[in-house]
Design a protein around this ligand. Structure first.
Ligand SMILES: Cc1cc2nc3c(=O)[nH]c(=O)nc-3n(C[C@H](O)[C@H](O)[C@H](O)COP(=O)(O)O)c2cc1C
Length: 190
């Protein structure tokens, strides 16, 4: 379902969504994978600090299994069919040892750019925080100053009929957002 907006917005904003039905036979090309990582790399960040670090797994390889093992049971049940699982982690300290106060914000921006490039390339992306950060830290042997922020499942969308029960219901559920007049606290144009 397309996003309903009061005035037109970019088609990626309008059409992007977070499906859970992934084509379990689809592979991601090197070109697509590099492009979505480039999109993330070119995100803006506070003081150009670039605290993001990426752990990239493709279905069938070791990193994919490691990231998958950190996901909660519900997320594992559908994300295992993704072509790639990308874990975005952040450096919590700068090179001089001072805290990287904005690392989560910066990682969110990188993830957003990664998601938009994915959709631009005709694939789908589904972000998850339903995973165990400690498990991810351990299985991916992250540095002590690195914290997992989000996991993103990337792949090719499949029919909702491939899902069953509550998963299929969620796939078909209408998408909704709070209205602008609830989220713009002051200054919404008439
Ligand atoms: C930071 C973040 C964490 C999320 N975690 C999960 C998750 O663990 N499992 C899941 O199925 N969906 C997860 N989602 C997907 C959201 O539920 C989804 O983006 C939201 O319902 C809006 O739907 P839409 O993306 O299709 O517009 C997450 C999304 C974000 C941005």
């Amino acid at each position: 379902m397309k996003a309903e907006t009061s005035v037109p917005v970019h088609e990626i904003i309008q059409n992007r969504r977070s499906p859970r039905s992934f084509n379990e036979a689809a592979k991601i090309s090197r070109e697509d994978l590099i492009a979505i990582l480039e999109a993330a790399r070119w995100a803006p960040s506070a003081f150009n600090g670039q605290p993001w670090r990426f752990y990239v797994g493709q279905r069938g390889d070791e990193v994919f299994s490691q990231i998958l093992s950190s996901l909660g049971e519900f997320n594992q049940s559908w994300a295992k069919a993704a072509s790639a699982l990308i874990l975005v982690a952040g450096k919590t300290t700068r090179g001089d040892g001072s805290p990287h106060a904005d690392y989560q914000y910066d990682c969110g921006l990188a993830a957003a750019q990664l998601v938009f490039e994915t959709h631009h390339r005709g694939m789908i992306a589904h972000q998850m925080t339903g995973f165990n950060r400690d498990v991810a830290h351990k299985v991916l042997t992250m540095d002590a100053d690195t914290t997992a922020v989000v996991v993103i499942a990337i792949g090719v969308q499949d029919s909702h009929e491939k899902l069953s029960g509550p998963l299929q219901e969620r796939e078909l559920a209408p998408r909704s957002r709070l209205p602008l007049n609830e989220i713009v606290v002051k200054g919404l144009p008439n």
